[in-house]
Design a protein around this ligand. Structure first.
Ligand code: CP3
Length: 373
């Protein structure tokens, strides 16, 4: 989940001293520097012993590689210099393609290189990894081969078309996404063109990660909960389906085929079934949604595997509150055909990393873990 690494002292050290990449500085520069991005990806695996890694990147990276002037401001989030507001803005934007900028080709190559370096260390079926690779542990429901792994899958990701479009239109994080929803209402043709373009570039961005060796991928629709179910279904979901379709065609050399796709958003209780129907193999559930309810909403025994959904607020709570919540989450997840234990949204930056390690140990049944990192 977003900012997973930011709570780690070793991450902060890496970012202070890490190299700058592809002419970009800051967070996006770090994403495009393979040595930095690979190390940041591996740090939480080494520290916490999680059963999968998520690529260190950002949902804004493909926009940057398509020539959009975007940066990530600390404590703010993504900022777009020239927000997309008019049909002319949309026409100008959608004429661009992923990688067709001066930094584009080297940026795409940097992401491939990062994924390859990470996979080399995490291993693959039949080739044990140096990092991670807990035996007897499976990414439940998403596993290609259950049982003894000896390797750790890498999850790739991209932003869903609506969330990307919301940043492009608003120009910065927004509470109500008013400008984006106004464009959706006032100019449906431009809206469709914008979301179609976002679906294409994010789908290609995810496909690139899979072809380089990711074993699963996640589409993040962080702001989908801002929409009515009708608007989501009619004006957004078809574009998310397109992004998932493009990603779903990619073949992973690690998995030896197509890979499971996870679809996540926040505030999505009323659209969970639509998110699955968009073509996802698994659905991520946020912490505002009861996991047992979400599973029944997704079809009960016929549900897809789910991911989620510990409340990030619990990370700062005492273990007497957190431990039972982990157990309750695992218990609720048993009703689904597979469950990936995760948070319901990002890790707060001030989180004590030991709390995360302890959750992983609890889920693995490693009762002997003492809490010293
Ligand atoms: O956690 C990880 O390190 C995994 C990689 C990852 C990042 N961003 C790295 C990151 C992932 C999966 C994301 C996804 C992402 N990025 C989303 C979708 C998921 C979600 O949380 O809803 C969104 C909306 C973004 C956009 C974004 N990037 C925001 C809102 C922020 C926070 C800005 C802030 O300072 O509060 C970022 C920055 C970001 N992305 C950081 C990391 C590690 C922090 C950068 C830093 O300070 O080092």
């Amino acid at each position: 989940m977003r900012q997973a690494g930011r709570s780690l002292p070793e991450y902060r050290t890496l970012r202070e001293h890490g190299a700058r990449g592809a002419g970009m500085t800051g967070m996006l520069g770090a994403c495009l520097d393979p040595a930095t991005a690979a190390e940041a990806t591996l740090q939480p695996v080494r520290r916490h012993g999680v059963d999968a890694a998520i690529l260190f990147s950002d949902i804004m990276v493909p926009l940057a590689l398509a020539g959009v002037a975007v940066r990530i401001e600390p404590e703010v989030g993504p900022v777009v210099d020239h927000p997309i507001r008019t049909p002319a803005d949309v026409a100008e934007l959608t004429a661009r393609a992923l990688g067709e900028t001066p930094t584009g080709p080297s940026g795409l190559a940097a992401i491939e290189e990062t994924v390859r370096a990470v996979v080399a260390e995490l291993g693959a079926p039949g080739r044990p990894g140096v990092t991670g690779g807990m035996p007897e542990r499976a990414l439940a429901g998403l596993a290609h081969s259950r049982g003894t792994w000896g390797w750790t899958p890498l999850i790739g990701f991209g932003g869903a078309p609506f969330t990307l479009a919301a940043y492009l239109v608003e120009g910065r994080p927004s509470r109500d996404h008013l400008a984006a929803r106004t464009l959706m209402r006032s100019d449906p043709a431009s809206w469709d063109a914008l979301l179609d373009w976002c679906a294409q570039i994010t789908g290609e961005f995810i496909a690139l990660q899979i072809r380089a060796g990711a074993s699963a991928a996640q589409l993040f629709d962080s702001w989908a909960g801002a929409l009515s179910p009708e608007d989501y279904r009619e004006r957004v979901a078809p574009h998310s389906a397109r992004a998932l379709e493009i990603a779903g065609r990619a073949i992973s050399p690690t998995a030896g085929g197509r890979v499971p796709l996870i679809h996540f958003g926040t505030g999505t209780a009323r659209i969970l079934a639509d998110m699955r129907a968009a073509g996802a193999d698994a659905v991520g559930v946020d912490d505002r949604t009861d996991l047992a309810w979400a599973i029944s909403e997704l079809g009960g025994e016929g549900a897809c595997p789910v991911q989620g959904n510990l409340d990030p607020a619990l990370l700062a709570a005492p273990w007497t509150a957190l431990g039972p919540a982990v157990d309750a989450c695992l218990e609720a997840g048993r009703a689904a055909p597979g469950h990936v234990l995760n948070l319901g949204h990002g890790v707060p930056p001030a989180t004590d990393p030991d709390a995360l390690t302890r959750i992983v140990a609890r889920a693995h049944g490693d009762e002997e873990w003492e809490g010293t990192a």
